[in-house]
Ligand binder design. Structure first.
Ligand SMILES: [Zn+2]
Length: 191
């Protein structure tokens, strides 16, 4: 016997006592009458839609790029300081881009923002991978007396540098980065 069974027939919203056979919606804390449940559903649906209203793509993009830049610096800095290429730290990029899109965009949430966030995160991951690989290459180059790589080499060389440290794990890390960047500006489901 649970105590909550003592008053299961009073609507939580309008406090009206429900007839024994009256249809109702049961929730964790009690029941709603059909009319109140309908109104609450409509209100939740309205709030859900309003998340995607007034999206400011330029400002959201600026936020994403700023977040991405911070994430890239964090991963690159971590790698250069510790001399350990730990790809999982790249996840910071996905979180930073997603948060940048969300915050500078005024906490709007929309599918378009998710696409924007994922696109910026992909580019940021590429830039960070290049910088990390370049740093490792240059460390070895200095030791062995090779010529070091410039900060912005020609494109074919950029691709060579990206291929240098590539491993199947990078795809996993990119996947986690994309997951975070995609998830953060996603509209919240209320209904
Ligand atoms: Zn009610």
């Amino acid at each position: 016997m649970s105590t909550s069974a003592a008053s299961p027939t009073v609507c939580l919203q309008c406090t009206r006592e429900l007839r024994a056979d009256e249809p109702h919606i049961a929730v964790q804390d009690g029941v709603f009458c059909e009319s109140c449940a309908g109104k609450l559903q409509a209100e939740l649906a309205r709030i859900e839609r309003s998340q995607s209203e007034g999206v400011n793509y330029p400002l959201s993009a600026v936020g994403g790029v700023l977040g991405g830049a911070l994430g890239v610096l964090a991963w690159w800095g971590f790698t250069v300081m510790t001399k350990i290429s730990f790809g999982l730290v790249a996840v910071v990029i996905g979180v930073a881009v997603g948060q940048g899109v969300l915050r500078l965009g005024g906490y709007r949430r929309a599918l378009g923002l998710q696409v924007l966030s994922a696109a910026i995160a992909t580019v940021a991951f590429g830039v960070a991978s290049f910088l990390v690989n370049r740093s490792f290459y240059n460390m070895a180059a200095v030791e062995q007396g090779f010529e070091i790589l410039p900060l912005v080499p020609p494109l074919p060389l950029v691709i060579e540098v990206l291929k240098m440290g590539a491993s199947p794990m990078d795809l996993l890390f990119l996947g986690i980065v994309l997951y975070e960047a995609w998830r953060i500006p996603a509209p919240l489901r209320l209904t």
